[in-house]
Design a binder for this molecule. Sequence first.
Ligand code: IMP
Length: 429
Amino acid sequence: MSTLVIVGAQWGDEAKGKLVDVLGSEADMVIRYSGGNNAGHTVIAEGKEYKFQLIPAGILHPNVASILGGGMVICPSGLLEELKRTKAITADLGKLYISSAAHVVFPYHRLLDSLEEEARGQNKIGTTSRGIGPAYEDKVARLGIRMSEFVDPNRFPQRLREVLDVKNKYLQLFNKEPIEYDSLLKEYTGYADQLRPLVVDVEPMIQEAVKQGKRVLFEGAQGTFLDLDCGTYPYVTSSHPIAAGACLGTGVGPRAIDNVLGVCKAYTTRVGSGPFPTELNDKTGEWIREQGREYGTVTGRGRRCGWLDLILLRHSCRLNSLSGLVVTRLDVLSGLPELQVATGYKTPSGPVQHVPNDLVEFAHVEPAYLTMEGWEGDLRGCRKMEDLPASARAYLKFIEEFTETPVAIVSIGPDRKETIVVRPELIWG
Ligand code: IMP
């Protein structure tokens, strides 16, 4: 057993970055498999803070190969800026590769992202405005420009002209000025020259590593309920954050995956629009936001906060066939006398025990709560389960029982060492 997928089990921002950093140190290869710079991972290592948006957190380990997978959409200037920022903090980085199959994000994608949002009016999704949706739209429309074409000076000028002609027609529909070809070509050729040495067919490398039994970590971005197919559509991102996305975005089949860990917070958060049954629009919600510093890494937006929703989490365990859960931010809840967890939904047609596919139905469910005893004190010094207060352990046990999924790891602070490994066998086998 040597391959592991790390997936966000809720709506993203579950603190996957820390886990990828911790487990990445034990891996030979870390591959990000979906999304783009809509994601934001904060990693604190040896007292230094790193903010990653595209680069896998594995980069902080010099002996680990980090790969941006073919399922990603990559903003070249964002990537170069992130590399520069990271190198300014530490020179001791692992090798980075970019899949030649990944798609490139252009300025017209960002512009269209904002224009499409504006056009949605009240129904806006609340995107990160990074052009992610429009870049995936082009991929599906078979208009996208892949990394292999982007770094080929003989093909890129022609491809850009073809695509830009179409995109400028779109912009005209929105009464916007066309984007000028020559300056865009010049700017992007400059980026391509810098990224060319990193672009390779990564799929055979990954397949070979899996075959040789090397430790390969597939790093998810965003979260299960932002998945284009399995999330709360249309309030989703345009890629596949779920575990199945690890196969689509890296070139391995489902039988190559040994373990899947789902990272969930001890409560729930969501950024952007869309239904959120356990959302707390009150003082407790604000308290959680402040205690947990729940503000977006990418956009700085305050995250919507609420109680742990076990109906959602159980669905996530099944959608991702999770081997285990990683419960993060348990420390944040310290000080609340009582906690609520949703164990069912009430609907006008009676109680339900699953996540309805229909958005309107989901938007109108009312959670049925179970009240649990809270705990006090700073948990950040706890290093094993027995160090945790009894009611925190009872909380974790209830999560396990309800979701029928064992807790593998508990995180009680942002630092690498603030981690309790409960079941090591669920990590690498
Ligand atoms: P997009 O991915 O920018 O198109 O945004 C679509 C939805 O996904 C919006 O609700 C965003 O707030 C949400 N989203 C995208 N990336 C993240 C993330 O990394 N964490 C949490 N929410 C995200």
